[in-house]
Write a protein of this length. Structure first.
Length: 173
């Protein structure tokens, strides 16, 4: 019987984070300097900066990953999502998304942002299924990203899934 679980970052999975992302990016695009920095130094660029990295582990094999990278105290970027090609179409991306969004809600974040490319139809459709929507891409993120998406976790300063008295700082919306 197959056992799938989502686990958080440990230094022993650093090579899996790099491997999965290099395979994914190189299949569709090219590795940029910012990719190299994050993928070669996730401890410093993601974890020490207040972020999180998640892994999908199937029968003790790391088959997927994604990161929550801190933008500010109330906004995090969902990025570096990759699933091993041999394990695609098994719902691993969906499971990773559910885990990331659950973590974001637990942290009471205002919103998640992500950057992608419209060539990645399956990824864009998955993001839309989870409630992400396209917003103008006014900031430079990387050369291959031609779309920015957001998922608001709080509406008008109030978190839908929390008590109405819990407010989001409007400056970060």
């Amino acid at each position: 019987m197959s056992k799938m679980e989502i686990i958080e970052y440990s230094d022993r999975y650093k090579d899996d984070f790099r491997r999965l992302n290099y395979e994914w990016v190189q299949k569709y695009f090219w590795i940029e300097p910012t990719d190299e920095l994050v993928l070669n130094h996730p401890d410093e660029t993601v974890i020490a900066a207040g972020g999180y990295i998640f892994f999908a582990r199937l029968n003790n094999v790391i088959v997927g990953t994604c990161a929550l990278m801190r933008v500010d105290p109330h906004v995090y970027e969902l990025g570096k999502m990759a699933v091993d090609e041999a394990y695609r179409e098994l719902g691993i991306g969906t499971l990773l998304m559910k885990s990331v969004i659950a973590k974001a809600k637990k942290m009471k974040l205002c919103k998640l942002v992500l950057y992608s490319n419209t060539r990645l139809h399956a990824a864009i459709n998955m993001y839309i299924r989870f409630g992400f929507y396209m917003v103008p891409k006014t900031d430079f993120h990387n050369h291959r990203a031609n779309v920015k998406m957001e998922l608001k976790l709080m509406e008008r300063g109030l978190r839908r899934s929390f008590k109405p008295k819990e407010k989001c700082k409007l400056g970060s919306l």
